[in-house]
Design a protein around this ligand. Structure first.
Ligand code: UD1
Length: 422
């Protein structure tokens, strides 16, 4: 039964929100279980739809998965298939991350192409180019990539990525960790989730150096062990709630997280009038005076995260003055603009840039979550809007935000989930 969120806006958020483990880190970390036949234990895994999808993908391959609260035990000692089917890959693109580890450990893999995506083409060509550099042959048959490693296994390679891709960097790191010889990935993504993956692989016995810089060097090892590893905090959930605090004139303490993962977001929000207080296990964030318009361009890390562009646009829609937001990572990532306009925002889009002229108030309206991050943009806007906002297509939000309404309710938000009337 589809559900909707009803939010009565205008209540300042006050209190504490515990940040969950990072979805975008947990996904590649869970896939890393494929590299070993030993038990692999991950803690701080968020309970989200995308995590259930990757679990299903792994179970299809023969992984035995156990869930105990936020801990997942994964055992890939009895792999029965190396095919990631369309039905699962189409619902979550990160499923293609199984390609590298399956090729490295078993020498072959069949993975569906992700297909249409609301954010534009989102090809996996860079993933495949990197694997080809390691000796893999790839054919396309009936929408599937059929990939084969050389008979004597994947060969380390020096590979420069044409496009900075988080997923391709992860896929190639996973593959290279048990390939023969040295792999050097240049123009690699530098996201904190890449460092998390490198740390986990190294804990399994891999030799990955340079993660967090644009050059990652991996010396392949013969085999990897199981490990116990804790997923890093979700910096995108962190940034989203920080913006929710600011737009409502609230005062939130976010725990189990750190500002160190959000350098550009912090700088931008400070220019917009935010005040941060760093604490041992997180930080406090509140607004000082009016929200000031700030220009932003999304960029690969350490730049401003594209995944925080929608909630930031919601914040800017009630700024003093104006803000120009330029999206450089994904085409079609302004689908929240017409929804924000329904709430009274004044936004003009010109190509990859949006000009936001601040309005005094947003007003509640029925709107849609068109993807995960557009969805949280709607939530941030709704928390500040006058009156009631109804957000539909919640399955998008449920992919990325654990216990969203409980976390907001505990800080004074009036938000409820209802069954949608059809
Ligand atoms: C990851 C994140 C997602 C985030 C994105 C950018 C996960 C599970 N998801 O997605 O939340 O929005 O990084 O920070 O971690 N590209 C190509 N060819 C490729 C691969 C990518 O052209 O083979 C392009 C994409 O279309 C896009 C850009 O590169 O324009 C960045 O994509 P990428 O970094 O790969 O994003 P994901 O890993 O899918």
């Amino acid at each position: 039964m589809p559900t909707i969120l009803k939010i009565q806006g205008g209540k300042p958020l006050k209190g504490t929100i515990e940040i969950s483990g990072a979805k975008n880190s947990a996904l590649p970390l869970m896939v890393a279980c494929l590299l070993t036949d030993k038990p692999f234990i991950l803690s701080n895994v968020p309970n989200l739809a995308d995590i259930r999808t990757i679990t299903q993908v792994l179970e299809t391959l023969g992984v035995i998965a156990h869930e105990d609260g936020n801990t997942r035990t994964l055992n890939a000692s009895n792999i029965i298939s190396t095919t990631a089917p369309y039905e699962l890959v189409k619902t979550m693109r990160a499923s293609v991350l199984v390609l590298g580890p399956l090729l490295a450990r078993f020498g072959h893999a069949k993975v569906s192409l992700p297909g249409g995506c609301a954010l534009g083409a989102r090809a996996i060509d860079v993933h495949l180019e990197g694997l080809r550099a390691m000796g893999v042959t790839c054919d396309l048959e009936e929408g599937y990539v059929i990939a084969k490693a050389p008979k004597d296994g994947l060969k380390g390679a020096h590979f420069t990525m044409r496009v900075v891709s988080v997923g391709a960097t992860e896929n190639l790191m996973l593959a290279a960790s048990i390939a023969k010889g040295e792999t050097v990935l240049q123009n690699a993504a530098r996201e904190p989730e890449i460092i998390d993956l490198a740390n986990c692989l190294n804990a399994m016995g891999a030799d990955v150096q340079g993660a967090g810089t644009d050059t990652i060097t991996i010396q392949g090892v013969d085999s990897l062990n199981g490990t116990q590893y804790k997923v890093m905090p979700d910096r995108l959930e962190t940034g989203s709630y920080a913006m929710a605090s600011l737009i409502t004139g609230g005062d939130l303490t976010l725990t189990n997280t750190s500002l160190k993962y959000l350098p550009m977001v912090r700088e931008t929000l400070e220019k917009a009038g935010a005040v941060f207080e760093e604490l041992d296990n997180g930080f406090r964030v509140a607004q000082k005076g009016p929200i000031i318009g700030v220009d932003v361009m999304t960029e690969p890390y350490p730049g401003f995260a594209t995944d925080l562009q929608a909630p930031f646009m919601a914040l800017m829609s009630v700024c003093e003055g104006a803000s120009m937001i330029t999206e450089t990572i994904f085409e079609n990532r302004f689908m929240h603009v017409p929804e924000l306009a329904r709430m009274g925002a004044n936004i003009q889009v010109h190509g990859a840039s949006a000009m936001i002229r601040g309005v005094k108030n947003l007003s509640g309206a029925p709107v849609m979550a068109t993807d995960i991050r557009a969805g949280i943009g709607m939530v941030v806007a709704a928390l500040a809007a006058k009156g009631e906002t109804t957000i539909s297509r919640l399955y998008h939000l449920d992919r990325g935000y654990e216990t969203l309404e409980a976390k907001l309710q505990a800080c004074g938000a009036v938000v409820e989930r209802h069954k949608a009337e059809i």
